[in-house]
Design a binder for this molecule. Structure first.
Ligand SMILES: NC(=O)c1ccc[n+]([C@@H]2O[C@H](COP(=O)([O-])OP(=O)(O)OC[C@H]3O[C@@H](n4cnc5c(N)ncnc54)[C@H](OP(=O)(O)O)[C@@H]3O)[C@@H](O)[C@H]2O)c1
Length: 304
């Protein structure tokens, strides 16, 4: 199939595009600031450009990954968040409708308020507590207008991409590398989502005829502290101290919900859940990290 990907040079796209190509799909990667050779420039905020490119490419699928993912920037600059995550998604939906393309939208566990004591499933009612979550939920609403030919897939705490990893796990790895004591919060729980596992799951899902809303995260629930302790184990850095702290130690512009834990209920019911446990996902990621650390040159260009 012919598949156009937005936000292709980000954390998820850098795993998804090779996975789709490996399965024999014709991949058309796009991003607002292309990095990889072959990525076409496309800013999803530019409605005209989105329509033009999707019409010209005539893809079977558009996998819409492009988003403003910096949660604190979204809080400080709500206009940027809504322009990218809500209006940008509306542009993609409209262009898919015109071109007759099917659509995958990647959403987030951040649409929930985190008050539920057990993991969230697809039937739970979203109630986002920050601008990022609200803008991504607005994107979900836009995609629902394109029912029957679209998939919304919610992911958890994303990990992957090595030098392109902008998130928590990469930051911890860097600090462990410097043998620094690391304070890590114990009062936020979630579901890790390794980009390579998610990419395989997404590629498998579009090969079925299913549509609608899915959760897709690695199995199990962990705190940020649990993740940091596992990283110490897997790296064999037992000498480094992971200090348990509460989130009061890290005041941030955007509120974070206490739980972003998810279960892949719909995938489970359909017998389609390919996601390994979070521990296994992290072990494989650390293995990749060790291989990267063994190299002398950076493996891939990085967005500053
Ligand atoms: N990261 C997470 O923890 C997480 C969790 C759950 C769901 N998600 C969702 O998963 C998807 C992929 O996220 P990711 O983790 O791969 O994030 P990412 O690394 O930030 O990748 C997003 C990509 O989209 C690009 N982009 C931003 N604004 C754009 C625009 N206006 N037009 C075109 N491209 C634009 C970014 O470019 P710049 O680098 O130049 O901004 C980046 O290359 C997103 O929809 C995100 O909301 C992420």
């Amino acid at each position: 199939m012919k598949i156009l990907v937005t936000g292709a040079d980000g954390m998820l796209g850098s795993a998804l595009c090779p996975e789709l190509a490996r399965r024999g799909h014709e991949v058309r990667p796009t991003d607002r600031r292309p990095l990889a050779p072959g990525t076409h420039p496309l800013d999803v905020c530019d409605a005209e450009a989105v329509s033009r490119l999707i019409a010209a490419a005539a893809p079977d699928w558009v996998m819409h990954l492009a988003a403003e993912t910096d949660v604190d920037r979204c809080e400080r600059e709500p206009e940027t968040a809504y322009r990218t995550n809500a209006a940008g998604t509306e542009h993609v939906v409209r262009a898919c409708r015109q071109a007759g393309a099917r659509l995958v939208y990647i959403s987030t566990a951040g649409v929930f308020d985190g008050q539920k004591p057990s993991p969230y499933h697809e039937g739970d009612v979203p109630n986002p507590i920050n601008v990022y979550g609200r803008s991504k939920l607005a994107g979900e609403t836009a995609v629902r207008q394109y029912e029957g030919v679209s998939l919304t897939v919610r992911a958890g705490w994303m990990v992957g991409g090595l030098e392109r990893d902008k998130k928590f796990v990469w930051k911890i790895l860097q600090r462990l590398e410097r043998d620094e004591a690391v304070p890590v919060v114990t009062d936020k729980i979630g579901s890790l989502t390794f980009t390579e596992d998610l990419s395989r799951g997404l590629a498998a899902l579009i090969e079925t005829r299913h549509t609608g809303l899915f959760h897709m995260a690695n199995r199990g629930v962990c705190s940020r502290y649990d993740i940091a302790c596992k990283l110490v184990d897997y790296l064999g850095r037992q000498g480094v101290v992971i200090q348990p702290v509460t989130s009061e130690a890290f005041p941030l512009p955007a509120p974070r919900s206490p739980s972003e834990a998810m279960e892949n209920r719909r995938l489970d019911e359909l017998g389609l859940d390919l996601m390994p446990s979070w521990e296994e996902a992290l072990r494989v990621y650390v293995e990749h990290y060790r291989q990267l650390a063994g190299r002398t040159q950076p493996a891939a260009p990085v967005k500053e």
